[in-house]
Structure formats: structure tokens, C-alpha cells
Write a protein that binds this ligand. Structure first.
Ligand code: ATR
Length: 278
């Protein structure tokens, strides 16, 4: 029987067991996916002992993603770009790491707003944390000419831009509404709007192009204030839940040998769980 898990500190709120548990059952695979609370100071040893403990690999969540990246021997391009890993597996006894947030976001975007790539306009990314890095990297890989990053703390946006090079430029946080008018895709990667708290203060009223895509990585609530406002204005919206579901696909395939599918039934399952906890 194959075994995987998610590690983090704390780990109680992770939805990964529900996602992978659904696929294990749906595909009739003899495997388990659990959750293990691992303290930051114990993470390195836990990952090094994964194989001996019978695990094929694991997901990694906050605050262990950087430690996982540093502990791994092999790292995929997205993990290197972000400096953090969320998916670990063992190959020939070596710890391998990936950051599947890039894949998760770009796949969900491609499926829910495929025409985004035809808009010959910059992408506006709000925020400059790990999620922003994963998403900026995805757009650069997709060949976008210009990514505009805006962040409350400008220095973090500048560090991100310096890391990725000339196609990434920084915009003052105070000018974010102007940036939104010029963008083909707008992505909120900040935690603003989570559980309905805070407001991005992004004015969408001057956006004339109704093809503009507005995406949020926050998925509690499923329709954030930003997405509700975008929908009211007739813009395309992309929610944060799809990214969560799609980022789980590559890990499952590595550990259990079958590439799973993000089905509407899986989505409904997680939506029901989110609603039950409100
Ligand atoms: P992650 O790695 O998951 O992306 P993070 O590194 O904590 O998370 O980043 C959170 C992002 O949300 C940051 O861009 C943060 O802005 P700062 O760099 O200025 O901290 C942004 N953020 C969080 N709360 C915010 C708020 N009230 N107003 C503006 N930005 C906020």
C-alpha cells in the first residue's frame, strides 16, 4: 500500500487529505493520505526519514515550504523560481521537490478563461509573497511580455522583479487601480479578502475591456469581494479553489502512479466542506 501525507505546523485546516482521499477512492487505489503536524525544527529530519517511514512522498504547507526546498536534492524549475516547495517525492533514494502552485494556477486559468492569452496586455499581480512568485513565474513561462507587480511593501515587489528580470516591473501600491485598467489579467495573491476580511481597494469601474480576466487565489469565501465586483461589472472571473485542486494533481501522480482528474464532483465536495465551516 502506498502512503503519502501533508505536513505543516499547524496542519488542522489542510484540505489536501480530502482531495487526495477523494481520488484514492474514485480510482480504487490501495493507498492512504494523512496529515502530520511537523514542527519547523523537525521538518528536515522528517523529510530525510520519509522513505524509511514508508512514505512515497508528501505535500508541504506553511511554514515548511522553504525548509522543504532547502532539504531537497532535486528541484523543479518552479521550486527554484519561488525558493519554496509544496510537493516532495523520493526517486532512487533522493528527495525531489516541486512547486506545483504555478501549474495549479496556470491550469485553472487555462480551463476557466482560455482566451486570456489572446489579450495582448500586461498582467497585474497584487502581492509579492511566495504565491505571487509562483504565479509571476507561470506567466513568464507562458510567454507574457510584461508582468506588473504591486505590493503594499514596495521593497518586496522590487526584490521579486529583480529576481525575474526585465519583463517584470513594479508599480506603486497607490496606483494599483490605474494598473488594473491597463491589464489583461489581474491576479490577487495577497491575503486580503480571506474570510471576508479587509478590502483591496481596487477600483474596477474604469475598465472598459470586458474581456479582462480577474483572478483571486483566496477561496474562503469562494466569491471574494474582488470577484463579486468583477462579476457585477461583466468581467471574466477565476476563483481560487481551482488552483488548490489543480496543484494537487502532480503530487498524486508521483506518489500513486495515476494522473487524477479535477472533477466537478471533487469541487462540490470541497465547496460543501468550506460552507460547513463558515
Ligand atoms: P504567501 O507566501 O502565501 O504569498 P506572504 O508572503 O505572507 O504569503 O504574502 C502575503 C501578501 O499579502 C504580501 O504581498 C502582503 O503584503 P506585504 O508584503 O506588504 O506584507 C500582502 N498583504 C497582506 N495583508 C495585507 C494588507 N492588509 N494590505 C496590503 N497587502 C497585504
Amino acid at each position: 500500500m502506498r502512503k503519502a501525507c501533508v505536513i505543516g505546523w499547524p496542519i488542522t485546516h489542510s484540505r489536501s487529505p480530502m482531495i487526495h482521499g477523494y481520488w484514492l477512492k474514485q480510482l480504487g487505489i490501495d493507498g492512504t493520505y494523512g496529515k502530520v503536524a511537523v514542527k519547523p525544527e523537525e521538518a528536515r529530519a522528517f523529510l530525510r526519514g520519509l522513505s524509511a517511514a514508508g512514505y512515497a512522498g508528501c505535500n508541504v504547507t506553511v511554514p515548511l515550504k522553504e525548509i522543504a526546498f532547502e532539504t531537497a536534492v532535486e528541484k523543479d524549475a518552479s521550486a527554484v523560481a519561488v525558493g519554496a516547495a509544496n510537493t516532495i517525492w523520493i526517486e532512487d533514494g533522493r528527495i525531489c521537490a516541486a512547486n506545483t502552485d504555478t501549474y495549479g494556477f496556470m491550469m485553472h486559468l487555462a480551463l476557466s478563461a482560455p482566451e486570456w492569452s489572446e489579450l495582448d496586455k500586461p498582467v497585474l499581480v497584487l502581492g509579492a509573497g511566495g504565491a505571487a512568485r509562483a504565479i509571476v513565474y507561470g506567466f513568464l513561462e507562458a510567454g507574457i511580455g510584461r508582468v506588473v507587480v504591486t505590493n503594499r511593501t514596495r521593497a518586496r515587489a522590487e526584490a521579486l522583479a529583480a529576481h525575474f528580470g526585465a519583463r517584470v516591473v513594479v508599480l506603486d501600491w497607490e496606483k494599483r487601480s490605474q494598473g488594473a485598467c491597463e491589464a489583461g489579467v489581474i491576479v490577487n495573491t495577497t491575503t486580503i479578502g480571506m474570510k471576508g476580511e479587509g478590502s483591496l481597494g481596487l477600483d474596477l469601474s474604469s475598465i472598459a475591456d470586458k474581456r479582462t480576466v480577474v483572478a483571486d487565489i483566496v477561496y474562503v469565501p469562494l466569491e471574494t469581494e474582488l470577484l463579486a465586483e468583477a462579476r457585477r461589472r461583466g468581467l471574466r472571473t477565476v476563483d481560487g479553489l481551482g488552483m488548490l485542486l489543480h496543484q494537487a494533481v502532480p503530487g498524486f501522480e508521483k506518489w500513486f502512479g495515476t494522473r487524477p482528474v479535477v472533477t466537478p464532483e471533487l469541487r462540490d465536495l470541497i465547496v460543501a466542506d468550506l460552507e460547513a465551516q463558515r
